[in-house]
Design a protein around this ligand. Structure first.
Ligand code: C5P
Length: 241
């Protein structure tokens, strides 16, 4: 699994998004994440437009519905030629398997399919009192990850602090996609448990998702290159520098 840095494009409009991407030199095409805000505001055309610029896209829509609905929705997303999509493992194995079927294109290719285990905004108290799950959080996360692996999914979104545990439980080739990454000495913002790109690299994360440390940087291109250098190492080949 090739390690890479994914930039979370948490901008509300097409204009701001394209202005940001325009700062990168023509040959440098970061892997980017499009979330619900931009997708719901601009629709599938923003995905096609960014794809046409040559970027790989993680479409972060976190699907969760009955298997047939998710299968058909995934088929539509796969047709947008995205590279990675996700869903909630809480939807169950039947839903995850249906999602994989929907994603698979007639030529047999498909985007990577990643599961969300427990949202980081769900704390132990919410798990017990509202979701009525008595199992400790870590066990829930690892069991959901295992269900995802057994259903044929490619990996999970998790904290960089959980990446090694997930790999231990689900196998080295099971991919970990980790937000909550900050440069040493940087502002953690609302992220509670953070790691630097270098630490995430050493911990076995396959992809790190970084938003504000890159998008809000004075020089976003330099910040992105620093993240790649620290995470992938000097041998990173995806940057045209
Ligand atoms: O700006 P920042 O680096 O915190 O952005 C992290 C990105 O990863 C955001 O798009 C956020 O929604 C997403 N994310 C997260 N924590 C999760 C799942 C997704 O921060 N557990």
């Amino acid at each position: 699994m090739a390690k890479d840095v994914i930039i979370a494009l948490d901008f509300p409009t097409r204009e701001e998004t394209l202005r940001f991407l325009d700062r990168f030199p023509a040959g440098e095409k970061p892997f980017i994440k499009i979330g619900m805000e931009l997708f719901y505001a601009e629709g599938p055309s923003i995905v096609r437009e960014i794809k046409a610029l040559g970027h790989r896209i993680f479409l972060d829509l976190k699907l969760h519905d009955i298997p047939n609905t998710v299968k058909r929705a995934m088929s539509v997303l796969s047709g947008l030629d995205v590279d990675m999509v996700n869903l909630h493992a809480a939807g169950g194995s039947a839903m995850m398997k249906a999602a994989l079927e929907g994603l698979t294109r007639p030529d047999g290719t498909r985007p990577l399919l990643i599961a969300v285990t427990q949202l980081t905004s769900t704390d132990a108290e919410t798990l017990r009192r509202e979701l009525l799950i008595e199992t400790p959080m870590a066990d829930t996360v690892l069991t959901y990850a295992r269900n995802a692996a057994a259903s044929g999914l490619d990996g999970v979104v998790c904290s960089p602090l959980e990446a090694a545990l997930v790999k231990g439980r689900c196998g080295e080739s099971f991919c970990t996609v980790t937000p909550g990454v900050r440069f040493a000495g940087g502002d953690a913002g609302d992220q509670k448990r953070v790691m630097t790109p270098r630490q995430a690299g050493v911990s076995g994360c396959d992809y790190i998702v970084m938003g504000r440390p890159i998008t809000q940087a004075e020089d976003p291109v330099a910040a992105y290159r620093r993240a790649v250098r620290e995470f992938v190492g000097e041998a990173g080949t995806n940057i045209g520098i």
